[in-house]
Design a protein around this ligand. Structure first.
Ligand code: SF4
Length: 241
């Protein structure tokens, strides 16, 4: 029987001890400390997520890889997702919104043009909130460098879901820069989403992703530069145990 353990209290000294560590030793300490609590990874199949998946898959081969299936991704993203899921035998979980794209567009029109925050809420945030409920540890590929909204990100934080449940949110690449991510990917032979070769630096849903207007700001191509986050990393609050 697959017995899951409850999450131990997160000790502040332990959290601080992780900050200077490289991703692999930090991960080993976190897995030991979480003592078999249910873990998952969210992945958009961008290069950061593939590095985190690579780190995790040899330690937790069956870890659920949650992909927010908005219905609006690039065809190349779906193709790459399926290729990598097969190549790495991933436990891929497509997290679906309540409505199909056709149902939503019929009911509300093209929300990614008129109300992108509502579109992200319906197609990303709400589905993810439900999908995270069974888990205690949530791995992400977030990095501090990606956005001003992520500048205070820690390797491990407590996150409270709207239900009140507290998770460990773990960002193993928090202090890595983009070059370090690519170096790891190249050294480990990790294939990349084909859109990177076309000049994209941050890749999400196709209607809301363009080539970056500022080469020093990879996320300047997202939402026409009008919006920094879809909301999946801001819907919950930092929690306390
Ligand atoms: S990124 Fe764009 S298409 Fe995707 S859910 Fe958000 S608004 Fe909708």
């Amino acid at each position: 029987m697959d017995v899951k353990h409850s999450l131990p209290t997160l000790d502040e000294n332990f959290a601080s001890q992780l900050e200077p560590l490289a991703p692999a030793p930090a991960l080993d300490l976190i897995l030991a400390a979480s003592r078999g609590a249910a873990a998952c990874l969210t992945s958009s199949f961008q290069v950061e997520d593939m590095v985190v998946t690579h780190l995790l898959k040899n330690r937790l081969p069956d870890i659920p890889v949650l992909f927010l299936e908005t219905g609006y991704h690039f065809a190349q993203t779906y193709e790459y997702r399926d290729q990598m899921a097969k190549l790495w035998s991933l436990n891929l979980v497509n997290v679906l919104p309540a409505q199909s794209v056709a149902q939503q567009e019929s009911a509300f029109g093209i929300l990614y043009r008129s109300e992108p925050t509502r579109c992200c809420q319906l197609r990303k945030v709400e589905p993810l909130m439900g999908a995270l409920e069974p888990f205690d540890v949530w791995f992400t590929g977030l990095r501090r460098e990606q956005s001003p909204t992520r500048k205070n990100l820690k390797t491990i934080e407590l996150h409270r879901l709207p239900s009140g449940k507290i998770l460990w949110k773990v960002s193993l690449l928090a202090d890595w820069n983009f070059a370090q991510v690519w170096q790891y990917a190249n050294e480990n032979g990790i294939p990349a989403l084909p859109q990177y070769a076309e000049g994209y630096l941050s890749i999400g849903c196709e209607p809301c992703t363009a080539l970056p207007s500022d080469p020093n700001n990879p996320r300047s191509g997202r939402w026409g530069g009008e919006k920094l986050e879809c909301g999946i990393h801001t819907f919950s609050t930092r929690g306390a145990q």
